[in-house]
Every structure is written in C-alpha cells, then in structure tokens.
Write a protein that binds this ligand. Structure first.
Ligand SMILES: Cc1cc2nc3c(=O)[nH]c(=O)nc-3n(C[C@H](O)[C@H](O)[C@H](O)COP(=O)(O)O)c2cc1C
Length: 184
C-alpha cells in the first residue's frame, strides 16, 4: 500500500475484536510514530493490560459524562458507548505540560501510527478523550499507572486492533475537511 492509498483507506474504527495485535505489527506502528517529525520530548505509553484499559475507559466515560460539553455528553450517552472501543492496545502520548508544542509532537506521531496501522490491515482511531480523565488531578494515580510522568500531560493517543464493526459509532460518509485558499 502506498501513502496515498493509506491516507484514503484510513478511517476511524470504533469497534474491535477481542484479538491481540502481534508484537511485530505493534513494533512497526510504534516505529512509524517515532519517525514522525518532532520538535521536543514526548512519551508513548503502550498499554495492553486489559484491566488498566478497562479502568481508563471507565474514568474517561465518567469524565465525558460530567464534562458539560454537549458533544462529549452526547457520545457518552449512546447505548453501549466505550471511549476506548474495546481495543486490545492503546498508546497514549504525553509531553511536558508547559510546552505548547507538545500537542503537535504527539499529534504528528499519532498520525504516522494511524497510517502504519492501516497499511498493516489493522483498525485504529485517534483518541483525545482519555485526556479528559487522565489530566484531571483526581486521576493522578491512574495517570501514573498509565506511565504518564509527573509534569507531563496526556495529549492524544491511538486505539489499535482488528476491526469488528466499522459502522459502529462511525460517520459513514468521509469527506475532505478544512478550507483551502490558493494565494498565487
Ligand atoms: C484532535 C482529534 C481528536 C480526536 N478525538 C477522538 C476521540 O477522542 N474519540 C474518537 O472516537 N475519535 C476522535 N477523533 C477522530 C475524529 O472523530 C475522526 O477523525 C473524524 O470524525 C473523521 O473521521 P475519519 O477519521 O473516519 O475520517 C479525533 C480526531 C482528532 C483529529
């Protein structure tokens, strides 16, 4: 698969099979993330522990329900909604709190991983929602358990696994986003 194919084929997957991702595939995805453009330190927490994933899922759902944000509360209220979608692997990216550029370092790394997962035939989705739970002072212990260092904040992440139902919680029509202006 070439890059253009992966860009078009990638879509957000929100339902996963209970089937592990191979170590070789996971290593390839992590490596793709680490080869992304970068302008500062960040950390990847690669989480496969089912119990920890379940607890992050639960706290994220709780944070979404209590966010006061109409979109997040609406998603959390959908029957059967799991913010981590039952994925067998999640990778959470974090970086220094005081560095505004942390968001970009983490975001570009996740995008590389999404494309690599697509090439490998795996489903994936960009995750911001766990940050609502893990960056809250009340969840400091859980955040530490998830490998997020003191002074860091979780910016974004990726859920990875074999696709179960690509229509679940999905927008089926994909379209190019953003506005383009050619200034010649
Ligand atoms: C900054 C950012 C944050 C996102 N956070 C989430 C998230 O927490 N949960 C989720 O299911 N999707 C999340 N997404 C995925 C978008 O909802 C998705 O990319 C968008 O709806 C377009 O659909 P597509 O990825 O299938 O093309 C996020 C995407 C971006 C760029």
């Amino acid at each position: 698969m070439n890059v253009a194919d992966a860009v078009l084929k990638r879509r957000s997957i929100r339902s996963y099979q209970d089937k592990p991702v191979t170590d070789a595939d996971l290593e390839a995805i992590i490596s793709a993330g680490r080869w992304a453009p970068n302008a500062g330190e960040y950390k990847m927490s690669v989480i496969r522990n089912k119990d920890l994933i379940a607890r992050i899922n639960e706290r994220t759902l709780d944070a979404m329900r209590n966010s006061g944000n109409e979109f997040l509360m609406g998603r959390a209220a959908l029957p059967g909604y799991l913010p981590l979608y039952g994925a067998p692997v999640i990778i959470l990216l974090s970086g220094p709190k005081e560095m505004a550029i942390t968001q970009l370092n983490c975001g570009v790394s996740v995008q590389n991983m999404l494309l690599q997962a697509t090439e490998l035939g795996l489903g994936s989705v960009f995750l911001r929602s766990p940050s609502y739970a893990l960056n809250a002072p009340a969840n400091a212990a859980l955040s530490a358990e998830a490998g997020i260092p003191e002074g860091y904040q979780m910016e974004c992440g990726i859920a990875i696994g074999y696709t179960d139902d690509e229509t679940k919680f999905a927008r089926m029509e994909r379209e190019p986003r953003g506005v383009v202006a050619y200034i010649d």
